[in-house]
Write a protein of this length. Structure first.
Length: 194
């Protein structure tokens, strides 16, 4: 990828980030729309089965950060510095399935064109793995905020900060992918073709 093309991509990403920040209430509303559709399709029951697994993984992340936590089914318990216990309920809607839908939409638009199959597979695998890790970090951040700052800031972060994290992740992901995977795959293809 040429330097000029990278600059254009970066400027476009910056412009889109500014627009998305201004449209954050609409993005959150879209999230609510996805939730309504999932309820109508009955997707909440299978998604709920992932919650206990994610809760245990979040406990592991919190332990790495030095925050005392425990999980039981759909509940996550964190202790603050004073020893007070805060119980958090993780529902099927908190595990981050919406960010996987947004990733899917971005993959459909971002992988248009003539990219080698190997590069496409790499982009999808990295995108899905990164999105799943981001969702674990997001839930762990909500719990960490509840344990260190308080429940009200944790709720605000859950409602708005999580959405911002997903948006920032998608921009960072596509910047990385365009520079290191799709850009190098295109230059490799040019070298092969005489």
């Amino acid at each position: 990828m040429k330097v000029r093309d990278r600059e254009n991509v970066n400027l476009a990403l910056l412009a889109m980030a500014c627009c998305l920040l201004m449209l954050l209430p609409l993005v959150t509303t879209f999230d609510d729309l996805l939730t309504t559709w999932a309820l109508q399709l009955g997707a909440n029951n299978p998604l709920q089965s992932f919650v206990p697994v994610e809760a245990r993984m979040v406990v592991g992340l919190l332990g790495l950060a030095g925050i005392r936590a425990a999980a039981s089914g759909n509940h996550l318990v964190v202790w603050d510095g004073g020893g007070a216990m805060h119980t958090l309920f993780i529902s099927w809607n908190c595990i981050g399935w919406q960010s996987l839908v947004l990733l899917g939409v971005s993959l459909i638009t971002g992988l248009r064109g003539r990219h080698p199959m190997e590069a496409r597979v790499q982009v999808v695998v990295i995108g899905v793995a990164g999105t799943m890790l981001l969702n674990l970090v997001r839930v762990a951040a909500v719990a960490a905020i509840a344990a260190t700052i308080g429940v009200t800031p944790a709720i605000l972060f859950h409602d708005y900060g999580g959405t911002l994290l997903v948006i920032l992740y998608l921009f960072a992901f596509w910047t990385f992918v365009q520079r290191w995977i799709l850009g190098s795959a295109a230059s490799d293809a040019k070298e092969v073709v005489p």
